[in-house]
Design a protein around this ligand. Structure first.
Ligand code: FAD
Length: 212
């Protein structure tokens, strides 16, 4: 891992991206505010003075950001879930179908209630994870929140989309974009399966030891 100064200029982010996009083979995908780049470096030489931490230690730096990064994603996702529930409620009050507001229909009320319950559960899990990070440091385990929160927010957004009907799957509301983004978090920072495996191993460790 290193600091790159392109054409002798400082590492201002848009400038780097402009230069890289001109200079390298790349593909992008939209993700606010700048998208994600896929960059191929060929025959790149890095001045020794630009190496951060030490040769071969880039992965260590990348790992170091994971704990705080994961909990940051979780916190933002709680906000996205709150906004989705707010939109779901608004829509259920405004929309009259078959002579009744959606808000008066038991099945829609259930979607609202389940969403509130799941958001509160996830919020408490994130607060616990934040407390563990504060008391034990960045390397402390945030896996349970990392698994639970994106699943919760995907559920809540999905319900909000359903309550919006066709309006939920177009760009008239931010819900479709919310979903696309929230869904990536079951893959980004390690797919669910890897974290589930780690949680299961921890649960199994002592009982297995006792059986040996
Ligand atoms: C929006 C976004 C942002 C990202 N940001 C970053 C970043 O900032 N830094 C960074 O380093 N990386 C980042 N990533 C990369 C991310 O960590 C990887 O995409 C992720 O670890 C999955 O790796 P992969 O895409 O190679 O999929 P693969 O490793 O091919 O996995 C594909 C699927 O295989 C299954 N699978 C994989 N491993 C296991 C296993 N051990 N057990 C059971 N099933 C398994 C899962 O279903 C998984 O979803 C980002 C990805 C996305 C989508």
């Amino acid at each position: 891992m290193c600091v790159c100064f392109l054409e002798g200029r400082g590492p201002s982010l848009p400038k780097i991206f402009d230069c890289v996009m001109d200079a390298a083979q790349h593909r992008t995908c939209q993700n606010a505010p700048h998208g994600h780049l896929e960059i191929v470096f060929r025959d790149v030489r890095v001045p020794v003075s630009n190496v951060i931490l030490g040769e071969g230690r880039g992965f260590e730096i990348a790992q170091g950001r994971l704990g705080p990064g994961r909990i940051h994603h979780c916190m933002r996702m709680i906000g996205v879930a709150e906004r989705s529930l707010e939109l779901m409620i608004q829509r259920s009050i405004e929309r009259v179908a078959f002579g009744k507001r959606l808000a008066e229909k038991g099945m829609v009320q259930e979607q609202i209630a389940l969403s509130r319950i799941e958001i509160e559960q996830a919020r408490l899990l994130v607060l616990k994870a934040a407390h563990i990070i504060d008391s034990l440091g960045n390397k402390a385990c945030t896996k349970t929140a990392k698994i639970a929160v994106p699943r919760m927010v995907c559920n809540v957004i999905d319900r909000a989309i359903q309550v919006h009907g066709g309006k939920g799957v177009c760009q008239d509301t931010p819900l479709a974009l919310f979903y696309a983004h929230a869904r990536t978090l079951r893959i980004a920072d390690g797919p669910d399966e890897v974290h589930l495996e780690a949680v299961a191993k921890l649960e199994l460790k002592e009982p297995l030891k006792a059986k040996m």
